[in-house]
Design a protein around this ligand. Structure first.
Ligand SMILES: Cc1cc2nc3c(=O)[nH]c(=O)nc-3n(C[C@H](O)[C@H](O)[C@H](O)COP(=O)(O)OP(=O)(O)OC[C@H]3O[C@@H](n4cnc5c(N)ncnc54)[C@H](O)[C@@H]3O)c2cc1C
Length: 275
């Protein structure tokens, strides 16, 4: 069990796990097409690309005589004309780890088309001592020492407070005063202790967040958080997410380019902004 003396583990790179993607029920799509007297098949095997093209073609029932160029041309046109609602039908499930609480505070500001499930600091013990250091601080030994000192002290205070509060809440009087049952079990006491103790944890505290988002929302995230003006940690995450998405779906995300910035990082740029 980690305690106040557990060495601080410093993280600088986000973990990006692609947990889920869509699949197409081809038989059902074919049944719909047959019921309407048409036959059509997309030329892509990427489910999100098939689904978004199908959704778009339903709008004009344009299955019978598709224009040349296949799915790439179709979705390219959707981006060009800004028919972005069609892109909402493509969905991915990600798990991000090794990111700071300040990053997730920014991430959860994205509302439309996003779903979030984040590690609870009330239920989960934070004494594991993992903290995310900004690159600009990590690159400077003097600043790194100041940062590490601050994080180490905050971490020690958290562990001390969590232990002391936990012990205190074992007293029925203290438990009642904290609106807990007088005989509150260990889990309930620990939750009450952690929720108060976490107030001293810094923005740098590592967290994990499960994120489900559609292609339109992801594009908005990539543009706003991949921009040069965005905070560097979330810009780094946006770059890592783009890498995954460009492998997953070149036709939905292939238009983004990584443009180098003077500090050695890069920004994400597209000709089709906020589709
Ligand atoms: C570089 C940068 C700096 C920032 N600085 C700050 C800051 O200092 N303080 C701060 O509070 N935030 C800040 N933000 C966060 C920003 O204001 C947004 O909250 C965040 O980027 C989410 O963007 P959004 O609202 O467009 O996204 P979403 O909520 O995902 O919405 C997507 C789009 O849907 C539409 N939409 C969503 N909700 C509504 C609605 N209720 N009504 C009408 N249209 C809607 C809009 O077109 C919106 O752009 C910053 C963001 C960036 C990228």
């Amino acid at each position: 069990m980690p305690d106040a003396t557990t060495p601080i583990r410093v993280l600088t790179e986000p973990g990006v796990y692609l947990i889920g993607r869509q699949m197409v029920q081809t038989a059902e799509l074919d049944r719909f097409l047959a019921d309407h007297g048409v036959s059509w098949a997309s030329d892509t095997s990427v489910a999100a690309e098939v689904v978004t093209e199908t959704a778009g073609r339903v709008c004009y029932m344009s299955f019978a005589k598709p224009r040349p160029g296949g799915n790439a041309a179709y979705l390219g046109h959707i981006k060009e004309v800004g028919h972005g609602s069609v892109l909402e039908h493509g969905v991915w499930n990600f798990l991000f780890t090794g990111v700071s609480r300040s990053l997730t505070h920014e991430l959860v500001r994205h509302r439309a088309g996003f779903g979030f499930s984040q590690l609870s600091q009330r239920y989960v013990d934070e004494s594991v001592a993992e903290y995310v250091e900004p690159d600009i601080i990590a690159a400077d030994p003097e600043l790194h020492a100041v940062w590490l000192d601050a994080v180490t002290h905050a971490h020690a205070a958290y562990v001390k407070l969590a232990e002391a509060l936990n012990a205190k809440l074992a007293d029925p009087k203290a438990a009642t005063a904290a609106l807990l049952p007088p005989d509150a079990d260990r889990t309930t006491r620990r939750k009450a202790a952690r929720q108060a103790a976490r107030s001293v944890l810094p923005n740098a505290t590592e967290t994990k967040i499960f994120v489900t988002a559609n292609a339109r929302a992801l594009r908005h995230f990539l543009e706003s958080r991949g921009a040069a003006a965005a905070e560097p940690e979330i810009r780094k995450l946006a770059g890592a997410v783009l890498d995954v998405l460009q492998r997953e779906s070149p036709n939905l995300f292939g238009d983004y380019r990584k443009v180098p910035l003077p500090d050695g990082t890069f920004e994400l740029v597209t000709d089709f902004k906020k589709v």
